[in-house]
Design a protein around this ligand. Sequence first.
Ligand SMILES: Nc1ncnc2c1ncn2[C@@H]1O[C@H](COP(=O)(O)OP(=O)(O)OP(=O)(O)O)[C@@H](O)[C@H]1O
Ligand SMILES: [Mg+2]
Length: 370
Amino acid sequence: MCGKEEIKTLIELAKKLEKDEPQESARNYFLAAEALITQASEHPLEQHKYLELAQKSYQKGKELKEKKDTINTKKRFNSLQSKVTFDNIGGLEDLKAEIRLKIIEPFKHPELFRYYGKQAGGGILIYGPPGCGKSLIAKATANEAGANFLHIKSSDIKSKFVGETEKNIAELFEKAREQQPTIIFFDEFEALGSDRTDAPAHDKSAVAQLLTEMDSVDSKDQQILLLAATNEPWSVDPALRREGRFGTTLFIPPPDLSSRKEILQIHLDHRPTEELDYGSLAELTDGFSGADLKAVCEMATDIPLKESIETGKRRLITMGDLNAAIKNTRSVLRTWFTKAVQQVKKRQMEEEFSELITQVQKSENLVVAN
Ligand SMILES: Nc1ncnc2c1ncn2[C@@H]1O[C@H](COP(=O)(O)OP(=O)(O)OP(=O)(O)O)[C@@H](O)[C@H]1O
Ligand SMILES: [Mg+2]
């Protein structure tokens, strides 16, 4: 358990990290709050003072938790070492197997694939509803493949100045070539690779530049792999979806019953809980995304945590806390699927995004009937 000195160190460290690594800073504030609660229960005479400090530390942590780490955008195009592996992703077993065969193995053994006349490379477009693990699986893929990982959001390379976006794209590929093997991951891809027929002029040239760079990667047999993720696949420029570019599409579905069970376990395993009936929690969360399930776990944990800040006593996270959190969470999946079906039908893309349509047919409660 933490003594006064350790608490002081934790808070000092949290303060230092506030600006550049808010997430890590928040974690330290939470640890300090927890230690202060323990101090409060051990020192009844000073209980009031300790609880007040705990409350402050907890609040600070909570505010910081909302912030995103700024460090990635500051050090532009620096590769991240991701710690996420396939074990941290609940469900999606078929997809993991497909990614192993189509991405990881060719990436690790290019010579074997060449021997059998199979061409490695080309890009893969991951699409699906928000919060179901697209970004998570891209990070894990880079890690499993032992590759450098460049996580690119379109805001990192898009510029309002003429010619600047193209320059940024060229610079990005240059960086990728320097540090092969590399996976370039374009997150929220629709913002960068949007259909040129609906796009303003300088977005058109960004797509053109991207096409040029992609074609050159393919022809030189480099160890660079392109992944892109989007929840608006219908607005990605068709030229980018052609064979040899982002020709392969992978659909990430919402988690099914057993995946929901696994995701809940992943997010609760390390926390103090009473014995939980995961089967029943999974039943109650039909139609929830992975991100919704994570939010449920966070919300349920906050209930006993807040209580112990007020009372100075600890208790376990219960089924009651989880049920309350489930009742208070509304998933956006239905809204997304309704919009997705409309867009895909409007553009007559049912064949290209057939998994999406099949998913909706399987669980009719995913779309609002019109
Ligand atoms: N299959 C899963 N297993 C474990 N956690 C998950 C899973 N899917 C989602 N999550 C949780 O939800 C969070 C959000 O997931 P992620 O960022 O991968 O969603 P996304 O599909 O990229 O969504 P968006 O379209 O909004 O970018 C993850 O950081 C993780 O905590
Ligand atoms: Mg994402």
